[in-house]
Structure formats: structure tokens, C-alpha cells
Design a binder for this molecule. Structure first.
Ligand code: NAD
Length: 392
């Protein structure tokens, strides 16, 4: 199959196996060039195939030599379609991890279900006995509740007042106004059911009841805050409500894990080009300005740099990690620096279709977006016929 990008809105429906393996290898190489750290030894990553979860898996495996078990929801290739990027990423990761002598096993299925939790517990009992770190990095548009069977869909909407802001069509470069209607109470509740902390708590309870959490176990989930200009659609909107719930769950789980000297953490991560963030209105324009400024100020990071810093400088040091007044770790510290945000805000007021290329880093945004699906890598010939079928 000759595999080229097919972009539909904010997703790409194809992925390139060799490009995805390269993207994973680039992250591995970066971690291997850093100092190793005394980190976790047996790690479960829920949402391990793309974005922050994949970077967490790579940082734990290649930075601390950890054995990793990954859970994700991805599509293998069939006769007509390529596999999804997360599938190919995982094939690439597993090959590299095993070649380096690190245990890696993966479970593909709906992490919200009881069945996948049971399969995961069985795999831990079989191979690892217990885990000492559980990373919770799911981003999903929907969830079926395992106890009631109810289906929930998340929405990205403001709460209270409708909201109008600039947004960019990443493909065409057109900057225009978007107006988003306010969410209903039901939409807020549904978004919280999908992206809040209930499932994280179910995972930790199920793992604990099965006896597969080690003494001193840690768990970490990821949140986002961001600047005021995105607050109506993010932090003060439906997804922000879900994140409030996730953060509260972190505090509850921290208490819960005290009996095994464990801890639960929520890390506030930097805005990043991922499959999930591409779906949020307004945010891609913000990211393309943010990247420009952070690169100019030499403080730009990608997922892997963020996750390495989270593990090596915050979670696995002698002292408990510093947190803000809500108990959150702030690895978004450089994004939220006053000088960075002031510079982004100045560009935000002036950016339009005509100035986009000059004032933003939309070029990198596009490249990174294609890179998420394995496209645009030097040395890979995208005209060559490749076998899309890569078994895990
Ligand atoms: P992503 O889309 O790259 O990754 C999502 C992962 O969840 C994938 O591994 C996917 O397979 C898995 N997944 C989705 N539904 C699943 C299901 N039902 N069962 C099993 N696996 C499932 O997303 P991301 O941007 O890396 O986000 C991960 C976390 O980081 C989220 O909590 C997100 O809010 C947070 N975060 C993201 C950003 C950002 O800018 N991207 C910033 C801060 C925090």
C-alpha cells in the first residue's frame, strides 16, 4: 500500500508504520541522551499509544529502565485501511523496548470497561506481580459506563455565556471568528463522566482490590490550565469542569493510597500538538503562537521533554514534588511564565489570516500534526509501497 496523509478536518485517517516507528525512535533517542534517573520499575500506562501517555511510557522505559504495560484503544490495519497511528507507535515502541531488554506488553481495548481492567490485572499478575506507577493519560470523546451501560459524549463548550474567539483552520491558514454556544447541564455532566476522575478512581480501586499495587505505589493523571484567552473554551468550559473533577479525584486517591504509603498526583502539562488537542477550537491557534514564542525564548518542549522532566525532576526526587495551592504539579511552568504569556497575548491581538505565517509557528504545527501520523520524516520514501499490516 502507498500511504499518504488523508486529512479530514482535525484528524488524519491514515498513518505510516515506518514514520510512526521513527517518531517513537526519535523520542527514545532523546531520552537516552539524558541522564538516567532512579524512577519507577514496573509501570502501567493507561492511554499509552500516543501523546503524553506514549511519552510517559518511553520516559519510564528508557529513562529508568522500567517494565511497562500499556493500555490503549487503537485500530489494526485491514485490507483497505492502515492501522491507526497509536497502533504503529506501539509496534515501534515494543520492538525498541524489547531490543533494549525492557519488558513491554500491551492491551488494546476500551479502558473504561470492566473487561479491560480485568485483562490488565491478569497480565500484571502473570508477568509483573505488582506495579509501582500507574499513569492515567486517557483522552476520549466518549465513554460507556461499566456499571450502568450508559453512554456519555464529551463536548468542548463554554459554560454560562456563549463565546466568540479567533480560531484557525490549520490546513488553509484561514483565521476567523468562531462562536460556540453555551453547554447544557447535561453536556457538562456527560463531559465530566468521560474526562473526569471516575474511571481513574475505578482503575486504582480495581488494581488495589486485586492486590497488584506495590507498597509506595504512585499514580499520576494529566490536566491543563492554560492562559485566560482559552479559559472560556477550556478551563472555564465543559472540559475544565471535567478537569476539576479529575483534580479532586487526585486528592481523594492520595488519601486512599496512604495505607500503602502511596500517593496520587495530578500534573499540569504544557499545551501540545496531539490528536486530542487538535480537536479543541481556538487551542491550535494559541499553540502555534505559543510554540513561536517558546522557541524564541529557548524554553520550548515536546511531550517527551515534558514527561522526562516530570519524572526526573518532580516525581522521582528525594522530596515530594512541589505543588500549587490546588495540589497540582506544574510542569506547565515555562508555558505559563509571565514573559511567555505576555508575548503570546501581544501576538494574539494582531494575528489574522494575512499575518499568520509571519507571527505564528503554524508551519511547525502542521509538521507536528502530520508527524503524529508518521508523515514528513526525512529518509522515509512516502512513494514506496509498504506493508500496512504490523502485528503487535
Ligand atoms: P492523545 O489523544 O494523544 O492520547 C489519548 C490516549 O488515550 C491514546 O493512547 C488512546 O488510545 C487512549 N484512549 C482513548 N480512548 C480510550 C479508551 N476508551 N480505552 C483505552 N484507551 C483509550 O491525548 P493527549 O493529548 O496525550 O492527552 C492525554 C492526557 O493529557 C489527557 O488527560 C489530556 O487532557 C492531558 N493533557 C493534554 C494536553 C495537550 O495539550 N495535548 C495538555 C495538558 C494535559
Amino acid at each position: 500500500m502507498i500511504i499518504q496523509p488523508k486529512i479530514r478536518g482535525f484528524i488524519c485517517t491514515t498513518a505510516h508504520p515506518e514514520g510512526c516507528a521513527r517518531a517513537v525512535q526519535d523520542q527514545i533517542d532523546w531520552v537516552k541522551a539524558q541522564a538516567p534517573f532512579d524512577g519507577p520499575k514496573k509501570v502501567l500506562v493507561i492511554g499509552s499509544s500516543t501523546g503524553y501517555g506514549l511519552a510517559s511510557r518511553i520516559a519510564a522505559s528508557f529513562g529508568a529502565g522500567a517494565a511497562t504495560l500499556g493500555v490503549f484503544f487503537e485500530r489494526p490495519a485491514d485490507k483497505k485501511r492502515t492501522a491507526s497511528a497509536g497502533w504503529y507507535n506501539t509496534v515501534g515502541f515494543e520492538n525498541a523496548a524489547r531490543a533494549a531488554g525492557h519488558y513491554a506488553r500491551s492491551i488494546n481495548g476500551d479502558a473504561f470497561s470492566d473487561e479491560i481492567k480485568a485483562q490488565t490485572i491478569a497480565a500484571i499478575k502473570e508477568d509483573l506481580q505488582q506495579v509501582d506507577l500507574v499513569v492515567y493519560s486517557l483522552a476520549s470523546p466518549r465513554r460507556t459506563h461499566p456499571k450502568t451501560g450508559e453512554s456519555f459524549s464529551s463536548v468542548l463548550k463554554p459554560i454560562g455565556d456563549s463565546y466568540t474567539s479567533k480560531t484557525v483552520n490549520v490546513q488553509t491558514g484561514e483565521v476567523s471568528d468562531i462562536s460556540i454556544e453555551t453547554a447544557s447541564e447535561e453536556e457538562i455532566a456527560h463531559t465530566t463522566a468521560v474526562m473526569g476522575g471516575e474511571d481513574w478512581e475505578m482503575w486504582i480501586h480495581a488494581l488495589d482490590e486485586a492486590g497488584v499495587l506495590a507498597e509506595g505505589v504512585r499514580t499520576v493523571a494529566y490536566t491543563y490550565i492554560g492562559p485566560e484567552l482559552t479559559h472560556p473554551v477550556y478551563r472555564d468550559g465543559t472540559i475544565g469542569r471535567a478537569k476539576n473533577h479529575l483534580e479532586q479525584t487526585g486528592l481523594t486517591l492520595n488519601e486512599y493510597l496512604q495505607n500503602k504509603n502511596g500517593s496520587a498526583h495530578v500534573s499540569t502539562n504544557k499545551a501540545m500538538v496531539t490528536q486530542s488537542s487538535a480537536a479543541i477550537p481556538v487551542v491550535p491557534l494559541y499553540i502555534s503562537l505559543l510554540y513561536k514564542i517558546m522557541k524564541e525564548k529557548d524554553c520550548h518542549e515536546n511531550c517527551i521533554q515534558q514527561m522526562y522532566r516530570l519524572f526526573a525532576d518532580r516525581l522521582y526526587t528525594d522530596a515530594p514534588p512541589a505543588t500549587d495551592d490546588q495540589g497540582r504539579i506544574r510542569i506547565d511552568d515555562w508555558e505559563m511564565r509571565e514573559d511567555v504569556q505576555a508575548a503570546v497575548a501581544a501576538l494574539w491581538s494582531s494575528v489574522n489570516t494575512e499575518t499568520l505565517e509571519a507571527v505564528s509557528d503554524i508551519t511547525s504545527y502542521r509538521e507536528e500534526f502530520l508527524g503524529l501520523f508518521g508523515f514528513g520524516f526525512d529518509g522515509i520514501d512516502y512513494e514506496v509501497d509498504v506493508n500496512p499490516d504490523r502485528p503487535l
